[in-house]
Design a protein around this ligand. Structure first.
Ligand SMILES: Nc1ncnc2c1ncn2[C@@H]1O[C@H](COP(=O)(O)OP(=O)(O)OP(=O)(O)O)[C@@H](O)[C@H]1O
Ligand code: SF4
Ligand SMILES: [Mg+2]
Length: 380
């Protein structure tokens, strides 16, 4: 992996080890919150977050007949200045988590603490104040920018809602500064989105995300719609801005290589739940959850010897419907290690018993009853 500007987690003061848990009862959540914090205070604490979209039937009298369990009890922490990557197959609930963190969707249950304050319970001015500090960069720079607005109006739009950040007379100057910060010519302020390339448009989206000086940016597939060469430029820009403004990122993507490159820690989601979470080295070099192992076994390996050695794990079967997920472990219908216990008991996201107290990178949180290491990248 190229090491361009990526932070060294171990070298960062107040950032050492992570303890995130998918505890499902209040007592378990309390235990997590009471656990010694080794990374300093998290800026965001997500606890048992749930989003069920109701499934209804009937035209005049709508009756709820079920629910799409898009996010079903997800917990994690985000620390100041770090990047938490979130990966997982299409439909596993990544964008729904992003929208819940942004309060663009209302949580069915669970909490999102921003500096200790549960933002899912806020409204009015208190919510507006928090929203200023949590911004989003969207996937598709072609559709997320209004084609009829100039770049100046797009980037300056957040100032209409938060005029205290840039009074009217200062806005043009502020927008030009933002254009400069993201590597665009400040003279482009009166241009329209169609006059820019895809990479430049994503820079505009990033400038808009930065306008209110946020502390957290939720990035939902920010480079997935871009060419590979442009992806690298945008990622490098995001890393530079993170260092400059001490930003914390939640970085959602399909591409495991990009996520590894930019992330300090990585969470792997499957069907509305977090399957495994740890530092990038723990997840990529020492995965213990069969789903993570299968995902990683499909990542292209440049070294031909490693390619020879590694075992490709082909998952069979489709991802089950989130409206009717399997009992116990949600991955069991596709897992080659599934046993009776997997259908009966939901595995909690915790350091597996076999690794508790051991100083091995495998001792990170994994929601599997039979978690074990497997060399999926042919490193041996
Ligand atoms: N507004 C909605 N109403 C009903 N179901 C929804 C709604 N939004 C999302 N879903 C469902 O919730 C599940 C999770 O969707 P989500 O968009 O969070 O997945 P994702 O991981 O972001 O997928 P992708 O990688 O394709 O972007 C999917 O089954 C989706 O169909
Ligand atoms: S709990 Fe069982 S089904 Fe789930 S990942 Fe582990 S072994 Fe597979
Ligand atoms: Mg999505």
């Amino acid at each position: 992996m190229a090491e361009t500007g990526k932070k060294d987690v171990a070298a960062t003061p107040n950032v050492s080890e992570v303890h995130v848990s998918d505890a499902s009862t209040t007592q378990e959540v309390e235990a997590v919150l009471d656990a010694p914090v080794e990374r300093g205070e998290p800026i965001l604490q997500v606890r048992n977050l749930v989003k069920h979209f109701p499934l209804t039937q009937g035209i005049l009298f709508k009756k709820q007949v079920g629910a799409v369990k898009a996010v079903d009890g997800v917990s994690f922490d985000l620390y100041q200045g770090e990047t938490l990557g979130i990966v997982g197959e299409s439909g596993c609930g990544k964008s729904t988590v992003a929208k819940l963190l942004m309060t663009l969707e209302t949580a069915t249950s669970g909490e999102v603490f921003y500096k200790g304050q549960d933002i899912t319970k806020l409204s009015g001015r208190a919510l507006k104040a928090v929203r200023r500090n949590i911004q989003m960069v969207f996937q598709d720079p072609y559709t997320s920018l209004n084609p009829r607005m100039t770049v100046g109006d797009i980037i300056g739009e957040p100032f209409e809602i938060h005029p205290e950040v840039a009074p009217k007379g200062d806005r043009r100057k502020r927008v030009q500064e933002l254009l400069d910060v993201v590597g665009l010519n400040p003279e482009y302020i009166n241009r329209y989105p169609h006059q820019f390339s895809g990479g430049q448009r994503q820079r505009i989206g990033i400038a808009r995300g930065l306008a209110l000086n946020p502390e957290i940016i939720i990035c939902d597939e920010p480079v997935s719609a871009l060419d590979v060469s442009v992806q690298a430029q945008v990622i490098n820009l995001m890393e530079k801005l993170q260092d400059e403004f001490n930003l914390s990122y939640v970085f959602i993507a399909h591409d495991l290589s990009i996520v590894r490159h930019i992330s300090d820690r990585v969470g792997v989601m499957y069907l509305g739940k977090m399957a495994e979470i740890g530092t990038d080295a723990e997840i990529y070099d020492h995965p213990t959850h069969p789903y993570t192992q299968a995902l990683l076994s499909a990542v292209p390996v440049p070294d031909p010897d490693a390619r020879e050695r590694r075992e490709r794990i082909i998952l069979t079967g489709d991802v089950p419907s989130p409206a009717n997920p399997p009992s116990g472990c949600r991955f069991r219908t596709r897992c080659w290690k599934a046993q009776d216990k997997c259908a009966e008991e939901v595995p909690l996201l915790a350091v597996p018993q076999v690794f508790v107290g051991k100083s091995t990178p495998a001792a990170h949180e994994s929601a599997c009853h039979f978690a074990e290491e497997k060399d999926v990248v042919g490193a041996a």
